[in-house]
Write a new protein. Structure first.
Length: 131
């Protein structure tokens, strides 16, 4: 609870106020994923094994399908832009969102949503056994 909030606040501040295109935000993003995966994997597999219902399994497959589809669209746009040399004809998500992220308050919102979304994904635990 409190530790996660403190760590999230620090990471959010770093992602918001660090210079854009510097190594600091890249290191934060690259470090958060593996740490969250390790902590979640340890928590889920050492303490309990949730039994998924049929709707939960369908939801997992649906979200996995949506994720793979979006990754393929992004990869295709990147490859098309790279081969044609035109970011305007085949914009990637980065090209579309970059102008908005020039504003500090927008970066703060995106960082907060990213961290809260990640926390909601990794904080799966039965009642009374939350990390």
């Amino acid at each position: 609870g409190r530790v996660a909030a403190a760590v999230g606040s620090v990471l959010g501040a770093i992602l918001t106020f660090a210079p854009r295109y510097s190594a600091v935000p890249v290191m934060v993003v690259c470090a958060v994923g593996p740490v969250a995966l390790f902590l979640t994997w340890y928590h889920v597999h050492k303490r309990y094994r949730p039994r998924l219902t049929a709707p939960q399994r369908r939801s997992i497959h649906l979200w996995l399908g949506v994720t793979v589809f979006l990754l393929l669209v992004e990869f295709g746009a990147y490859m098309a832009a790279s081969s044609t040399g035109s970011d305007e004809r085949f914009p990637t998500i980065t090209v579309l969102f970059d102008p908005m992220l020039d504003h500090t308050w927008v970066r703060a919102i995106f960082a907060s949503l990213w961290l809260l979304g990640g926390w909601s994904l990794v904080s799966v635990a039965p009642a009374g056994d939350a990390p």
